[in-house]
Design a protein around this ligand. Structure first.
Ligand code: GRF
Length: 221
């Protein structure tokens, strides 16, 4: 157990690797007063992640922890834990963070780390989800918010949004429509967590004390 100080306004640390559009959606939701939380730090594992600029523009501190500078996954994760815990966050948000964690890290943040994945989990874990959804000729694709566990993209699901696949879709057009849904459902799930409504206990997600089904809640637009 890693008991955290419960700050009056929940603190968030965000991890990114790329464009940071999900980070932007979260920053916007906080700026608009939709989510009562503060982003204490944005961490990227790559120095050229565009999302770092988005954070700086919003006055949020950033730090690069470059995985290439560490001799092992364990050493990289140890440094990440050190940098994250220095901010004493209630929640760690993965927003397009493209590194696989050790169980030491995922266990450390059990129940307080969320991820967004561009598929209807448990379908299409891992990368290239849009290509694989088109190859599989599914009618419905989408996005999922889930708690992070040691199983890659396999942690308990909180919220999903369905995106119909169109006959003329390419991976790029499908990805663009899914991303719009990501920007809607991720802030919703983060808001629930920050309000203390969303919990993970023994691998069961509860919302307002009620257990959620295995596929999480379905977002209705
Ligand atoms: C999103 O599709 C996210 O689900 C995936 O990587 C993409 C990151 O986009 N894991 P962004 O960096 O938030 O713009």
């Amino acid at each position: 157990m890693h008991q955290q100080t419960l700050h009056q306004v929940p603190r968030i640390v965000v991890l990114i690797s790329g464009g940071g559009s999900n980070l932007q959606a979260l920053m916007d939701a906080i700026a608009q007063g939709v989510i009562d939380a503060t982003i204490e730090l944005v961490i990227s594992n790559t120095p050229d992640a565009k999302g770092l600029l988005r954070a700086s523009k919003a006055g949020i501190p950033t730090q690069v922890v470059n995985h290439l500078e560490y001799s092992s996954r364990e050493a990289f994760d140890r440094e990440l834990i050190h940098v994250i815990d220095d901010k004493q966050p209630e929640l760690v948000v993965l927003a397009g963070f493209m590194r696989i964690f050790t169980p030491q890290l995922t266990d450390h943040y059990h129940g307080r780390m969320l991820n967004i994945h561009p598929s209807l989990l448990p379908l299409f874990k891992g990368t290239n989800t849009h290509e694989r959804a088109l190859e599989a000729e599914v009618d419905q694709h989408g996005a999922s918010v889930h708690f992070v566990t040691s199983e890659l993209d396999g942690g308990p699901i909180v919220l999903q949004s369905l995106v119909p696949v169109l006959g003329e879709d390419s991976p790029a057009t499908l990805a663009a429509r899914v991303l719009v849904h990501e920007h809607i459902i991720y802030p919703i799930a983060i808001k629930w967590f920050c309000e203390g409504r969303l919990n993970l206990s023994h691998d069961q997600v509860t919302m307002d004390g009620q257990p959620l089904p295995a596929q999480g809640l379905a977002f209705q637009s």
